[in-house]
Design a binder for this molecule. Structure first.
Ligand code: ACM
Length: 554
């Protein structure tokens, strides 16, 4: 169905690129750390680990991080990597003089010393250490004959942005807990710290809600799916699709993410993208129904009616979600809301009259503000797509700017926090190469988002003043899954484009250098190889790709 490079081709390509002598071969004196650290000082010599190596943990707060890496390092090395408060050759400690998520890493003849500004900082120091080790460190089996050494060095590192996100749409296609964990694990290796879990859609409701069991009994399942882009005339595949996460599974994923210093942002879409919820509870719509869980993509006109029944439903759902997720944010969507049903609905028109609203856009703002007030009363902050600006922004809302950066600019000028996720740089559902040779992807406006495109993304618009710029808290890439139905396909669309984004959100802007990036990426991709991630081989690192034909230079 899809045309991925076979694993064998990937292995051949990587081994050739490492031995062919082309400039993409990592320099032996070059640390293949991605994202690029703030400063790296390489020194002569290397420290060799042995069967006696172990973690020396100076602070109880760092125990769970040490235990995680101890487990991961022991499989490929065959050594225990014990964790203890007694002297060992991988020392982990906190240093309150470093900022949040910052770390220093020193390697000398005594071993490795990582100081974290906090536990996340120590975790990121260990992620950098992992990338300095032979890539077999990520092998799922014993890697015999490998010399486990790291070069003497000093690294000083800290993130540029506090919000470094990746999103996954599990509504259009459902992905199981094991894959969601793997996605989180991989993103944390590249120092992403926010996982935006898009849990509800027209095509499926994916989270168990005790008060409304039909959301998952009915709303988690659709009878079939449109085949590729065959909307008119419609062709369905005849194959039922669905799935959802129980609350216990959600708790398990939250704990897994927390150990990797990843906060989860759950998204419950409203008032649009509500098709699956309406199929379960038709009384939440403006029309009598019945509704079905959608089998096609695109913007759908079935939306929540602004009735008291709907608010009672949504606040109950949000209360259950707020109780489940410990993080401070809940995303409520707010994008792509056709207003026809509200225009025709006596219920919606009565709210407009009663509240003195100008039109349906102000009704949407009123809707979001009412939800924001409720979330704030539960100590949660609201995030919404940039449509929540239309008709007036909710006072404490954080805006995710997806239709370009304009929404983000407007929100920052109003003093609201902003996460930049513009379609033209950070939509990983779009093609990343020639549509003739790539698997099916989004081709809206015929836009192709290459690895290089992502690398050139700058989240802070020049037009903002220094004061306004402070409201841009970070950036995120989104993976909508209309055409992406398997874990391998997800990985192919995300990796390595997300490595480019990791440099955008972590590394200093002044360090942005595409040649340097490719040099490090060439040495880094074998880690993904050993992890079994189905990444796309970048043209520039692919010896089988004719660079001269594309006009690219090595
Ligand atoms: C979006 O892509 N509709 C947020």
């Amino acid at each position: 169905m899809t045309r991925f490079p076979s694993l064998l081709l990937v292995l051949i390509a990587v081994s050739i690129s490492v031995s062919s002598g082309c400039t993409s071969v990592p320099d032996p004196d070059y640390l293949p750390i991605v994202p690029r650290p703030v400063t790296v000082e390489l020194k002569a010599g290397a420290y060799q680990f042995s069967g006696d190596s172990g973690f020396w943990v100076q602070d109880a707060e760092l125990l769970s991080t040490a235990e995680l890496f101890s487990g991961e390092f022991s499989t490929p090395t065959g050594w225990a990597f014990d964790v203890s408060d007694e002297k060992g050759d991988i020392e982990l400690a906190l240093n309150s003089e470093l900022g949040p998520e910052a770390y220093t890493l020193d390697v000398d003849a005594n071993g490795v010393r990582i100081m974290g500004g906090d536990a996340a900082g120590a975790f990121y120091g260990l992620q950098s250490l992992r990338q300095m080790l032979p890539p077999h460190i990520d092998a799922p089996v014993l890697a015999e004959g490998v010399e486990w050494s790291v070069p003497f060095s000093h690294i000083n590192d800290a993130p540029r942005f506090s919000y470094r996100g990746l999103h996954l749409d599990v509504g259009r296609n459902f992905f199981d807990v094991d894959f969601v964990k793997s996605y989180i694990d991989t993103m944390a290796r590249y120092k992403f710290n926010r996982f935006h879990w898009h849990l509800t859609e027209d095509q499926g409701w994916r989270i168990e809600i005790d008060s409304y069991p039909l959301l998952t009994e009915v709303g988690a399942w659709r009878k079939e799916t449109v085949v590729e882009k065959n909307l008119d005339p419609y062709i369905g595949d005849g194959i039922p699709h669905g799935g959802f996460y129980t609350k216990d599974q959600v708790r398990d994923v939250i704990a897994y993410a927390a150990q990797r210093h990843v906060m989860i942002i759950p998204e419950i879409e409203m008032p649009g993208h509500a098709g699956a919820a309406l199929a379960a509870y038709p009384e939440l719509g403006c029309l009598p129904g019945p509704y079905e869980v959608k089998t096609t993509w695109g913007i759908q006109s079935d939306i929540f009616c602004p009735s008291e029944t709907t608010f009672s439903f949504l606040t109950t759902v949000l209360d259950e979600v707020a109780e489940l997720f410990p993080g401070p944010y809940i995303h409520i969507g707010g994008d792509e809301v056709p207003k026809e049903q509200w225009e025709q609905s006596p219920v919606a028109q009565e709210v407009i009259r009663r509240e003195g609203l100008a039109d349906e856009h102000e009704l949407q703002s009123w809707f979001i503000r009412r939800i924001e007030k409720h979330l704030n009363s539960r100590n949660k902050n609201l995030i919404g797509w940039d449509e929540i600006l239309e008709g007036g922004l909710a006072p404490n809302a954080t805006v995710m700017s997806w239709r370009g950066t304009e929404g983000g600019i407007a929100a920052a000028r109003e003093g609201n926090n902003v996460i930049m996720t513009p379609t033209n740089y950070s939509y990983f559902d779009f093609y990343q190469g020639d549509p003739e040779t790539e698997p099916l992807a989004m081709n809206w406006a015929k836009r192709i988002i290459t690895l290089d495109t992502v690398y050139t993304f700058e989240p802070i618009p020049d037009v903002l003043t220094a004061d306004e710029q402070k409201y841009i808290i970070g950036a995120q890439a989104n993976l909508w899954t209309e055409y992406i139905s398997t874990p391998e396909y997800v990985e192919y669309m995300v990796w390595p484009r997300a490595t480019a984004l990791s440099e955008v959100v972590w590394s200093p802007k002044s360090h942005r250098d595409i040649d340097d990036f490719y040099l490090r990426l060439g040495g880094n991709l074998p880690h993904l190889e050993h992890l079994g991630i189905n990444y796309r081989i970048p043209e520039r690192l692919d010896p089988l790709y004719d660079q001269s034909a594309s006009g690219e230079t090595m």
